[in-house]
Design a protein around this ligand. Structure first.
Ligand code: AMP
Ligand code: MG
Length: 330
């Protein structure tokens, strides 16, 4: 298949209107999208990704009004959208329009991406865009154009060239289909910000029924964000001491804040491939770089990626969740 790699909003909207699949960037990660009213095209996304068929897609809209035309938007949901949309917040709402994908569900996950050019494209498509992250199921999401082209050129109808993702981790997902609302996936918009709107918000790990975790969102039960290399999540102390012992091993990679032995850091940078060692200065930078780093490590044939735990405070919640899931998948 010839893939149109383009910034032309009209051309890319035409592809969607003809039932095509287009990879596009959002402020979180790259998405792989099709018209929410074209079931066949949406199902092709599952085939391309190898995504389990019971894991529904987020529908991307260009305005709150469009969301209101297909979902029940309660007063608090509207206030949340006014505060955080466009932005990295996904709400799962009761669905009004049964024709929107996935037809069999009574709820719909909705989001408005931040890039105005992407919103303009969605508007030009005359349809919301159903899109999961553009990656193979279970693997890290993609945040760099070069990786998107490597995976999807020749496989999808179009690749949208515009600003690359800046946040680097997937949206926060809040289930608003029952009371109290539940945090289905942590992300850049953190639970303390959401609790301003609903102090009774349920957060993960509190879904224990007879000792079993009940996944309220299908996506919660699957392996996620895992590179081929093993991921080790380490406290700052453990990170530093492992670094001192194994830092020069060329099959290891490192991403974190604390490099105990600066001299060794320098020699590792100069003597070996520097891309296997990454220093970050904030949780925000860590999130932005994480998946691209995982991807580079896999391309280099790294065996083990050592990741330092995020710092306390802003940006920790979503990042820690991704690191935990990636390390659990070993
Ligand atoms: P992804 O498409 O990879 O960004 O993941 C989307 C996430 O939203 C997954 O965890 C899905 O299970 C979740 N999701 C999408 N639609 C719904 C829905 N209707 N109800 C509950 N969770 C949903
Ligand atoms: Mg995903």
């Amino acid at each position: 298949m010839k893939t149109q790699i383009s910034s032309d909003v009209r051309l890319l909207a035409d592809l969607i209107r003809k039932g095509g699949v287009v990879v596009f960037p959002t402020e979180t990660v790259y998405g792989i999208g099709a018209s929410s009213y074209n079931e066949e095209a949406c199902k092709r996304i599952y085939q391309i990704k190898g995504r389990p068929s019971d894991n529904p897609l987020i529908a991307h809209f260009s305005s709150i009004e469009e969301i209101k035309s297909v979902c029940e938007v309660s007063e608090v949901a509207e206030r949340l959208l006014c505060e955080f949309a466009p932005g990295p917040l996904t709400l799962v709402l009761p669905k009004k329009n049964p024709n929107i994908f996935p037809k069999e569900l009574s709820t719909l996950a909705v989001r408005i991406p931040k890039n105005p050019i992407v919103r303009d494209w969605i508007k030009t498509c005359d349809s919301p865009i159903s899109a999961p992250s553009a990656n193979l199921s279970g693997r890290p999401s993609l945040t760099r154009m070069t990786d998107v082209v490597r995976y999807f050129d020749g496989i999808v109808d179009g690749i949208f060239v515009t600003d690359e993702p800046s946040l680097g981790i997937e949206s926060t997902v809040v289930g608003m289909f029952e009371d109290p609302p539940v945090l289905l996936r942590p992300g850049s918009i953190e639970s303390n910000e959401l609790k301003r709107f609903f102090p009774n918000l349920l957060v993960p790990n509190s879904f224990l029924v007879e000792g079993k975790t009940v996944p309220l969102s299908p996506g919660m039960k699957y392996k996620h964000y895992a590179p081929k290399a093993n991921v080790k999540l380490l406290s700052p102390d453990a990170f530093s001491s492992e670094w001192n012992r194994y830092g020069t091993d060329s099959k290891t990679a490192w991403i974190g804040f604390s490099y105990a032995n600066e001299e060794k850091l320098e020699s590792t940078f100069t003597k070996t491939n520097p891309t296997r060692v990454k220093i970050v200065s904030s949780n925000f930078e860590y999130s932005t770089e994480l998946y691209a780093f995982f991807e580079s490590c896999d391309q280099m044939g790294i065996d083990t990626i050592h990741c330092e735990t995020p710092k306390e405070g802003e940006g920790k919640e979503g990042l820690l969740n991704r690191l935990q899931k990636a390390s659990e998948a070993n």
